[in-house]
Design a protein around this ligand. Structure first.
Ligand code: COA
Length: 154
């Protein structure tokens, strides 16, 4: 059987360096180790990662479920392993878990120029609902707020 990449919930602090490496390679204002540790400690926050067939972590997603809403805070895939379906798997896994935990809708924010991420979210059913003018720094840019309002009960 062909080996496949697997999505798992990150609970081990030993996985943090892999997440940080991808985070640093992906964002101009990356989360710090302390921010990740806070996320691990928060019972509402979910961190999922995808382990590639070679055993290394290829990407991760962070989300937070509050009441019946899931907010997706980060999605990032190793630059060398993009466009292989990892991002989509991660977001779908997060939507499934959020749904299991009672979320009925999901939201996220993305830079206006981030064509790759916008395409990914749109194809998974997210719709653009609002704009936050000049929300992002480095470089200054609008943030687009997307919602997925059809997370039906599982
Ligand atoms: C956005 C990101 C997570 C996508 O991850 P990925 O693993 O490359 O995405 P996938 O391979 O699952 O792509 C799924 C679909 O998304 C869209 N997509 C992904 N990358 C794209 C690109 N560079 N250009 C256009 N569409 C793209 C396509 O529709 C793609 O399907 P296809 O390959 O069949 O055409 C990745 O580019 C990344 O880590 N970017 C830097 C961090 C970031 O911007 N995160 C989002 C912040 S809100």
């Amino acid at each position: 059987m062909t080996p496949v990449a697997t999505v798992f919930a990150v609970r081990q602090i030993t996985d943090l360096p892999a997440l940080l490496r991808i985070e640093l390679a992906s964002f101009s204002r990356p989360w710090t180790p302390a921010m990740f540790q806070q996320a691990f400690a928060d019972p509402h926050t979910i961190v999922l990662a995808v382990r590639d067939t070679d055993g290394t972590i290829a990407g991760f997603v962070v989300g937070r479920v509050v009441a019946d809403e899931l907010e997706i805070l980060i999605v990032a895939v190793d630059p060398d392993r993009r466009r292989q379906g990892m991002g989509q798997r991660l977001v779908l896994a997060m939507l499934d878990l959020g749904r299991e935990q009672g979320a009925r809708a999901a939201s996220l924010e993305v830079r206006r120029s981030n064509r790759a991420a916008r395409r990914l979210y749109e194809r998974l059913g997210f719709q653009r609902e609002a704009v936050r003018q000049a929300y992002y720094q480095d470089p200054l840019e609008d943030g687009l707020i997307y919602w997925h309002r059809a997370l039906s009960p599982s």
